[in-house]
Design a protein around this ligand. Structure first.
Ligand code: PA5
Length: 534
């Protein structure tokens, strides 16, 4: 059935108003027919049922035979056993106690009271903490937060240089986060940080804490080296849904953010999105709109366009949450379905001077999720005593709002679909709410399309593939150090890796470019040059 109502009537009809979480979701500019919600009701009811069972402790991740319990993290009473409830509340108390001691200077670095936090982690063990830190930072933060979120040595050098300009390592607390405790990028970040402390004549153990699964490799290192503290991660919390566990709470609390408000916002949003009524449930509306836009096959990309600088990292955070959860080869029955929704975005109005041109006039392969924040800024904070007037009766924030509305209308005029999430104001509570909103939307959408949102076989495959390259590199180096030389093809054949000549070639190019390996290349032919130890 075609959509026959006026834009304003559709707006009134489909606006999902959630006063308890300070948010509304407007789906009226998605071009679904008036009978769409009714048609989807049976499938949505099934999805609601599956989410209810998941929250009650069912094995919702069948491949890994795990429960999926991120909702319990902000409402421990919902956890299925007393042991889990105690673990959740005990961890929040432990975080607060530890952070209180750090802020009071009772736990200090070798240079005195800790003023910096260096978080070492990747993927779900970094993106949530990074988003929260950037969204809620103020001039009044209790500690500055830095990140190692890759195994790029230059990236780590750059972060260390920033730390040295800000009180240095002796006042820096290093928080190493890895659920599995075996992720190489994080292990390398930890080793690089430890080396930097050594060079500075400092004890790394006296500045380090771990967030990891009990008994993991990282946990063993923390125990054997006598690190300051250890905080748990559990198998029933997925990496990309771990921001309301110690993974996100510890860095946020150290920064001085209100973690109780973050948890309360997530808890309240969980309450709102648990309701079995699409029009009152913003997560259900999002999931249904994603399904409508991409025909349940991810045929349209999701462009996340917040008109708020503080939400800049939200699209990166959502990119992982959505794409790692929904990007799956097979459905739960084992059929090849090649599911997923591509997510990208940055912020408005900045992006109007970049890719929005294509959104308005080019290929129509997307839907936009606008995020609007009603309150422009915290007047009174950080010396913001007056509104930023740029023209009579017009503030800089009014322009931001004008650009948001203008783009939304311009897209609609051209038949481009959009959703709009309006947030009353940005604070720890609404950030918690936004996180919970999308976690639930992803869970519901996964049920609608019949996939496991909670495993990540592709990520595991990538981790293994890197190991194969490193093993080959060690063979190549052994060969060269035995006094032999040759082209990539000759070396690959000599080490019994003729079938992997391209990997050998790429590895040799990288080895020769980095002096620590002492590999020399002679000749100008990129593919035919001769390598030797030198
Ligand atoms: O969401 C996920 O599961 C992944 O992105 C992980 O968070 C990421 O691979 C890091 O894993 P770990 O926390 O075990 O180091």
């Amino acid at each position: 059935m075609a959509n026959t109502l006026s834009a304003w009537d559709r707006y009134k009809k489909y606006l999902c108003v959630c006063p308890s979480v300070g948010m509304t979701v407007d789906s009226s500019r998605m071009n679904f027919g008036e009978d769409y919600l009714g048609k989807m009701t049976p499938a949505l009811e099934k999805a609601f049922g599956a989410m209810d069972r998941l929250e009650a402790g069912a094995i919702a991740n069948p491949d890994e035979k795990r429960m999926v319990g991120h909702y319990w993290l902000r409402d421990a009473e919902r956890a299925p056993t007393a042991e889990l409830r105690a673990a959740i509340t005990g961890t929040v108390e432990k975080i607060k106690r530890f952070v209180g001691e750090v802020h009071a200077g009772k736990r200090a670095g070798q240079g005195g009271k800790f003023t910096n936090v260096l978080v070492v982690g990747i993927g779900g063990s970094a993106l949530g903490p990074q988003f929260v830190a950037d969204a809620l930072t103020t001039a009044g933060d209790k500690m500055r937060v830095f990140f190692f979120d890759n195994t790029d040595p230059d990236g780590m050098d750059r972060e260390l240089a920033r730390i040295s300009l800000a009180d240095g390592l002796s006042k820096t607390l290093v928080v190493v986060i890895s659920k599995s405790g075996g992720t190489k990028e994080t292990r390398n970040g930890m080793l690089a940080a430890a080396a930097a402390y050594k060079v500075a004549g400092l004890s790394f153990a006296k500045h380090a804490v771990a967030v990891t699964g009990e008994g993991s490799e990282l946990d063993k290192v923390a125990v054997s080296e006598g690190w300051l503290e250890r905080f748990p991660m559990w198998d029933w919390v997925g990496g990309r849904t771990s921001v309301t566990s110690a993974v996100g709470l510890l860095p946020a609390a150290l920064q001085g953010l209100d973690i109780d408000a973050l948890l309360a916002g997530a808890r309240e949003m969980d309450g709102v999105t648990r309701v079995h009524d699409a029009k009152k449930n913003p997560a259900a509306m999002l999931a249904l709109m994603w399904y409508h836009a991409g025909c349940g096959k991810g045929l349209k990309d999701m462009v996340v366009l917040p008109y708020k600088d503080r939400l800049l990292l939200f699209s990166r955070y959502l990119q992982q949450l959505v794409m790692e959860s929904l990007g799956k080869e097979k459905d739960l029955a084992g059929n090849v379905v090649l599911q997923g929704i591509a997510v990208y975005g940055n912020k408005g109005s900045t992006d109007q001077h970049a890719y929005v041109q294509q959104l308005r006039e080019g290929i129509n392969n997307f839907f936009v999720t606008f995020i609007e924040v009603l309150k422009d800024r915290a007047v009174g904070d950080a010396g913001n005593s007056a509104a930023m007037i740029v023209e009579p009766d017009v503030t800089s924030g009014d322009y931001l709002h004008g650009f948001f509305q203008g783009t939304r209308s311009a897209l609609a005029e051209k038949g481009r679909e959009s959703l709009t999430i309006t947030v009353d104001e940005l604070n720890a509570k609404t950030i918690g709410g936004l996180i919970a909103l999308f976690e639930r939307a992803v869970g519901l959408y996964a049920e609608l399309v019949g996939i496991n949102a909670y495993h990540q076989p592709g990520v595991e495959a990538g981790k293994k593939a890197a190991g194969v390259v490193i093993a080959l590199q060690l063979k190549v180096l052994k060969h060269l150090r035995s006094g032999k030389s040759g082209t990539a093809e000759e070396i690959a054949t000599a080490i019994g890796a003729a079938g992997e000549v391209e990997t050998v070639h790429l590895t040799l190019r990288h080895l020769a470019a980095n002096p620590e390996h002492k590999v020399a290349a002679s000749g100008t032919d990129v593919v035919g040059c001769v390598y030797r130890a030198g």
